[in-house]
Structure formats: C-alpha cells, structure tokens
Design a protein around this ligand. Structure first.
Ligand SMILES: Nc1nc2c(ncn2[C@@H]2O[C@H](COP(=O)(O)OP(=O)(O)O)[C@@H](O)[C@H]2O)c(=O)[nH]1
Ligand SMILES: [Mg+2]
Length: 376
C-alpha cells in the first residue's frame, strides 16, 4: 500500500532528475513510495527526462503544467494529486538530502507530530556546503521576522523541505495563497489549530547541477507572503505589487518630464503649466512615458513576477518588446488623454495623472497575460 509521496517541483532540472530518483530509491528502501515531479514545462526538457524514467519505474510520476510558473503552486498541486496518506515536498536539485525522509515519516506515523521538516539552521545543521554566506544571512533575517510576526517558532520556517499528512494539507489547501515560495510557512500560518512540528537538522548542500531560480532577496519574498496573508484577499497581491511599481513609474514619468522640460529645455513651470507649445509637451511626455514603461518592466520582472522572471538577454528583450507592445495602446491612451485634458485647460499634472491611471489598468490586464502569463 502506498505510504509516501515525494513532491519535487522542477524548473530546468534536467541533469538532476536521474540522480534524484537514485537517491530517493536508496533512501526509501522498504517503503512504498512514489515521487511526483511537477514541472512547469521547463525549456530544457526536464519533463521528458522524468517521463523516460517514469516509463520504466511506475513509482515515478510527472505532472507537466503548461503556461504556469511558481514553486508554491507546483508543490500544492503535486501534493493534492497524490493518494498517499503522507506527502513530502523537496527540491529536485540535490540540496535537500533524502536520507531524512524515513525519519520524517516515522515522526509523523508515530502520531506525535503533524508536520516534520528539515531545518538549515537547527542545532547540528549546516549551510557551509551551500557556499552562499550572503543567502544564509538573508535567510536568517527573514526567519527572525517570520518568528516574530507569525508566532511560528521554528529555526527555519522558510524551509522548502517538509512532510505532512495529506488530510492536513487538503483540509486547508483552498486557503493557501500559493504566492511566492514559502509554502511551509504558508501552511503553518494558514492552518488554524496549532500544528505539532518536528524539526530535523539538514546539511544543506550545493545544488548538483544548473542554477538557482529563486536567487533573490528572501526578505522581500517574505514581506510579499505577509501582505498576501493579511490583505491579499482584499487587494490581490500581484495587483498590489503591480500598482506599487506603477506608482513608482508615475514618479519616473514626472521626473523625466521635469528633466526634459525644466532642466534640458529650461522651460518655466507656472501655475501648473510648462510654458511650452503643444508639440514640445507631447514629445517630452512621450519620452517620459517610455522611460516609465521601461522602468516598470524591469521592476515588475524583478518583483511582481519574480516567480516567473524572464532571464537572459534574449528573453528580456523579447519580454520588454512585448511589454512595450501591450503597453503601447496604454501609452497612446496615456498620451492622448493627457493631450485632450490639456486642451481643456486642465492642470498639466492632473492631465498626466489621468493618462497614467487609464494606462495602468490596461497594462496590468494585458501584460500579466502576454508577458509573464499563459502566452508569455
Ligand atoms: N515547478 C516549478 N518548480 C520550480 C520553480 N522555480 C523553482 N522551482 C524548483 O524548486 C526547487 C528550488 O528552487 P531553486 O532554484 O533550487 O531555489 P534555491 O534552492 O532557493 O536556490 C528546485 O527543484 C527548482 O527546480 C517554478 O517556477 N516551478
Ligand atoms: Mg535549490
């Protein structure tokens, strides 16, 4: 009878799959286990590699998600796709040592614990082999905040290696945010009754092959998670991020407009108007809108869509062009409405602001689909 399902979210982990299966096989001798690779249609063909193994080994399963990205949602879907009474989540890159799996399993089946997890910072754990002291430090800070704010007292609540009963997960799966990567923390903060947690020290290794996809500030990641838990239901997290980036874009647009008109052209700004002709104003505002668009693209790619981040020169240029295209209608509306309002002798600042609001609603709707989304 199936005892344990190990969920391994993957994105471009082609070279690590076979080795990972071998290590699971060695660690889980005597257990009835399965492993589910949840791959987000990795360009390197990770899912094909996993399927090749799965054809020979029925313990291996593959879920391939098309047009989706995100570690947390991959883990949730993998766990929900299993019939096993106990489910685990771990990285597929070798950083999480499978030898802990039987110990975690025994802790859960003993009935004394609801969740078992591997901590990088517990007594006896080590992060030296990770070779990333900067990230060790950042993780430490985020963990300290996590402890304070959620009251969850673990040495490593941001850990991505854990095991729990399928029933515990399914009872609350619909309430999990699925945003960001901190799914263990998400589970602990979401489930109302206190969960009994068993901690295992982990020797966090360097990844076997390939590169990290989540290499970014853990603190920022964590703040998003907090926002999502508190206000995410009222204003969706991604929209809030997009809006915040957009608001910064407003500053950029005004700054560039001011730079062009006041600094470069040395025009005077009197009673809410620059003393310039219509054409000059339109050109300056067009430049400003494009600068703001580029700024917004970069920041949205780094922050709003960090879990789907476009990387590498070509994807970035392509993404920027697509963002520009989807935004160009927005930019036209932006500039045209500002022009129209200006002709109606509305204050220049108000005219520009109205243009920006119209453009940002349009931009969010389209870019989340076409640049970072399903058709990305
Ligand atoms: N399905 C899926 N897996 C992902 C995604 N991003 C990262 N992963 C996987 O999640 C695990 C942890 O990611 P990794 O890049 O190693 O993060 P790090 O260990 O924090 O540097 C690895 O197995 C990745 O392949 C994603 O968007 N979708
Ligand atoms: Mg990793």
């Amino acid at each position: 009878m199936l005892q344990l399902s190990v969920i391994l979210p993957t994105y471009n982990e082609r070279a690590n799959i076979a080795r990972m299966v071998e290590r699971l096989d060695a660690a889980l001798q005597g257990y009835a286990w399965e492993a589910i690779f949840v791959d987000d249609n990795s360009p390197d063909g990770t899912a094909d590699v996993a399927r090749t193994i799965a054809r020979e080994d029925p313990r291996i399963r593959v879920i391939e998600r098309i047009g989706r990205r995100g570690l947390a949602s991959a883990a949730i879907e993998g766990m929900c796709a299993s019939a096993a009474p106990i489910v685990a989540v771990m990285d597929a890159d070798g950083q999480h040592d499978p030898v802990l799996l039987p110990q975690m399993y025994e802790a859960l089946t003993s009935g004394d614990y609801d969740v078992a997890y591997a901590s990088r910072f517990a007594e006896g754990a080590s992060t030296e082999a990770w070779g990333r002291p900067d990230r060790v430090k950042a993780s430490g800070i985020a963990n300290a905040i996590a402890r304070r704010v959620t009251g969850v007292d673990l040495s490593d609540p941001m850990s991505g290696y854990f095991m729990l009963h399928g029933t515990t997960l399914r009872a609350d799966a619909h309430r999990l945010s699925g945003v960001g990567f901190k799914i263990l923390l998400d589970i602990l903060a979401t489930v109302d009754r206190p969960l009994r947690v068993k901690e295992f020290p982990l020797n966090f290794a360097a990844r076997m092959d390939g590169e990290s996809k989540l290499d970014r500030t853990v603190v920022f990641e964590f703040l998003i998670g907090l926002y999502d838990k508190w206000l995410g239901r009222i204003i969706p997290t991604r929209f809030a991020l997009f809006g915040t980036v957009g608001a910064l874009g407003v500053l950029v647009q005004f700054a560039v407009l001011w730079l062009v008109l006041s600094v470069i052209l040395r025009e005077r700004f009197v009673y809410g108007h620059w003393a310039v002709g219509e054409t000059t104003f339109t050109i300056a505002n067009t430049i400003a809108a494009f600068a703001a668009m580029t700024f917004n693209f970069v920041l949205n790619n780094e922050l709003t869509y960090a879990d789907k981040r476009l990387r590498g020169l070509f994807p970035l240029i392509k993404g920027w062009a697509k963002f520009g295209l989807t935004c160009s209608a927005g930019i036209l509306a932006n500039i045209a409405s500002a022009d129209a309002l200006k002709r109606m002798h509305v204050n220049d600042v108000v005219a520009v602001l109205v243009g920006i609001v119209i453009a940002s609603v349009w931009n969010f709707a389209l870019s989340s689909k076409f640049v970072w989304g399903k058709y990305g």
